[in-house]
Design a binder for this molecule. Sequence first.
Ligand code: SF4
Ligand code: SF4
Ligand code: FES
Length: 258
Amino acid sequence: MSSYEAAFKVWRGDIKGGGLEDFKIEVNDGEVVLDIIHRIQATQAPDLAVRWNCKAGKCGSCSAEINGRPRLMCMTRMSVFTRDETITVTPLRAFPVIRDLVTDVGFNYQKAREVPSFVPPADLGPGEYRMFQEDVDRSQEFRKCIECFLCQDTCHVVRDHEENKTAFAGPRFLMRVAELDMHPLDAAESTGLDRKATAQEEHGLGYCNITKCCSEVCPEGIHITDNALIPLKERAVDRKYDPLVWLGSKIRRRPTEG
Ligand code: SF4
Ligand code: SF4
Ligand code: FES
């Protein structure tokens, strides 16, 4: 096993302010950035705050910015950097810092609460409908989300514009609206809830200019823009401007309304 000494800069501080602190630290073959942060914590900075749980890319809690790019620390191998490169680790920029690398991601939980949940059809009893693979083919991909919020952090709509946070749900939660809108059994419309209209009017779909930055940082490889946001935009526009689509939706809705 070979090892070397790497140069790290880690942001230390809290909501009142802070700065980058330099560390020289041992790195061994096969290690990831989270291993190095833990070694810094164990040997040089015992009060360094970092959030993590699974160390397997599945809990979504070790999100940070590594050399300016939103990444999971536990899934970023040290071998992707050259040995002489200084590695800078900073907290997610779009959310308020609590301390060091730990941010307050409460914005995302607030946005999650604002998306109305699945509405089961009123006339369907438990067990009366069996889901088939073709029912979930399109939306299954979205269920891989580990809620790391890297997409939320990278989206320029909120990253550089704090003032947009009230009106914009962010890619993760617009994807949730798209998923529910694709759900073959969702009966939201029968209750008067038009998910396409709320995507535009309440969750800020119009702010998204399909730059795909969110998809590029998603550790689950979810095609957020291509498979969720663009189709949702298309359906929202169809609904608004195409009278045949509008009329079709009324005709299809009638049996459940009666
Ligand atoms: S595609 Fe839309 S949601 Fe994704 S980063 Fe760009 S603007 Fe934000
Ligand atoms: S969609 Fe991807 S980047 Fe966004 S929260 Fe889910 S797993 Fe993370
Ligand atoms: S520690 Fe769970 S995703 Fe990194």
